[in-house]
Design a protein around this ligand. Sequence first.
Ligand code: MF3
Ligand code: CO
Ligand code: CO
Length: 267
Amino acid sequence: MDKQGGEARRITLHRPEDFEGARRAGQLAAACLDMIEAHVKPGVTTGALDRLCHDFMADHGAVPATLGYRGYAHSSCISLNHVVCHGIPGERVLCEGDILNIDVTALLDGWHGDTSRMFAVGEVSTKARLLIEVTYEAMMRGIAAAKPGASFGDIGHAIQSYAEKHRFSIVRDFCGHGIGRNFHEPPNVLHFGRPGEGPRLQPGMFFTIEPMVNAGRPEVKILEDGWTAVTRDRSLSAQFEHMVGITETGCEIFTLSPAGRHKPVFR
Ligand code: MF3
Ligand code: CO
Ligand code: CO
């Protein structure tokens, strides 16, 4: 067996009836982000936003999957400005001009739903706005490439080529992942790559596409807390995350916003 075949064999193929569980978990995570949007304003702490996410998931019969995951003690990751991902909610107060990613994972009836979005606090810079728009579009182009017979390299290439066309860079140190009854499982879903590389997509594969795009260089470093990833050059970073399931003809996005609030509306 070649390397590709070996890797592809480790990817769970879910049954048609499994889509409903993943869809319910994904929709709950997306609804949580819909709920939080009204609270993203100057003066609120990231810790307060995290508690709102916690209570929303709990009130809807779900457990925040990040709570206690590898020692992580919060219900969301909240990553501001030059934080790439895994920002820890706390005393930081949101200010006009901040951009932030809120990432939540709901565990509902045994299924995980994982999604993140960018939010803008008041008026943000033109650069920040462009970075957010490009990151969203890059993710959507990756999703458009997700269909049976395509390869994971096709997804990565669609994302990378679009981001780099805008002279932004793709973070290499973090990737999307298989998901379902487990929070993280094979494969690693790279947000860069070449067409035709990597395993082939098949109906029943569930995974996330969650590109992190930097305004400057792609390198990251992890802070002393062991979680917070920041851009080494302190340039702005943005991320969106959807969770998809491969169907016979393409893919279903499990984490579409029920309220249709897919990305920030800028003012
Ligand atoms: N939700 C993140 C992801 O997209 C994982 C966060 S793990 C945590 O995979 F421990 F940092 F919360
Ligand atoms: Co994820
Ligand atoms: Co996530």
